[in-house]
Ligand binder design. Structure first.
Ligand code: F6P
Length: 255
């Protein structure tokens, strides 16, 4: 803690929280792009925060991505966490298996003794499939659960990278560029002003539901994500907590 004070990290956390108008920022020292242990540190901090904020029977929606996945090593059985339910935040399977929300919630539940709910759907649904799906009992149940979410744990990506990772077509990627998409979180793409410019058509938690949650925890670091993080937080919920690294924080603060 003394190191964090002396190195100015604590001041930067406060500065960034103030700039974004959010509850809290936690900065891990180092650079996630140069040192792979930094990602572990992000996970460790996130696990610690989850422990602090979770209450009995909370429903915790969890997105995919490597940053969120990094929490799993640090979750331990605990009286509070064993009572929660982890929900895959979206049905989409656009990520590699280990980084899919479905895989992650199963791991989190195993580590903590909690329960979990998955949703296996294609990343992109046609308008007809989407409408039909919404009436399926299993899906309806999941949509009801999203209404009750108390905590959201999510990643943030650079729009371009995420579109590529999800195998979006050339045409879709071009459309995102034209709309000025720079940031992505839980299936929503945002422009530099933090406005939604696109939403992937799949079943998942809606932004209004994220905004209603008691806590929203974002884990995102990397120099290439600085613009994406900044854009996302233009309109993000005030009850947000961001966990990032020093390099990324510096990049944002020096803009
Ligand atoms: O695909 C799930 C997701 O959480 C995206 O919403 C986000 O942009 C991305 O993963 C972040 O992934 P990573 O933490 O691996 O950079």
């Amino acid at each position: 803690e003394l190191y964090r004070e002396l190195s100015g990290i604590v001041a930067k956390e406060q500065q960034l929280a103030q700039q974004f108008g959010i509850r809290r920022v936690v900065i891990v020292s180092g650079d996630v792009e140069k040192d792979s242990t930094v990602k572990q540190q992000l996970g460790k901090e996130a696990a610690q925060i989850m422990l602090e904020i979770a209450q009995g029977k909370d429903k915790i929606a969890v997105t995919g991505g490597s940053s969120v996945a990094s929490l799993k090593e640090y979750l331990v059985p605990n009286t509070v966490l064993s009572e929660v339910e982890f929900l895959a935040a979206r049905g989409g399977m656009g990520d590699e298996m280990t980084f899919q929300a479905n895989t992650i919630v199963a791991k989190f539940a195993k580590k903590t003794g909690a329960t979990y709910r998955t949703l296996f759907l294609p990343e992109h649904l046609s308008a007809q499939a989407y409408e039909a799906m919404k009436h399926e009992p299993i899906i309806k149940e999941m949509i009801t659960l999203y209404e009750q979410v108390n905590i959201v744990v999510h990643g943030i990506g650079a729009a371009h990278e995420m579109a590529q990772r999800r195998n979006s077509s050339q045409l879709e990627q071009q459309a995102l560029d034209e709309k000025g998409a720079v940031s992505e979180a839980f299936g929503y793409y945002f422009n530099e002003q933090g406005d939604i410019v696109h939403h992937i058509r799949t079943i998942g938690i809606q932004l209004e539901q994220v905004n209603k949650a008691r806590h929203v925890v974002a884990i995102a670091a990397g120099h290439n994500k600085a613009t994406a993080i900044q854009a996302y937080f233009k309109n993000a919920a005030a009850q947000s907590i961001l966990i990032t690294d020093e390099q990324t924080a510096n990049a944002i603060l020096s803009k």
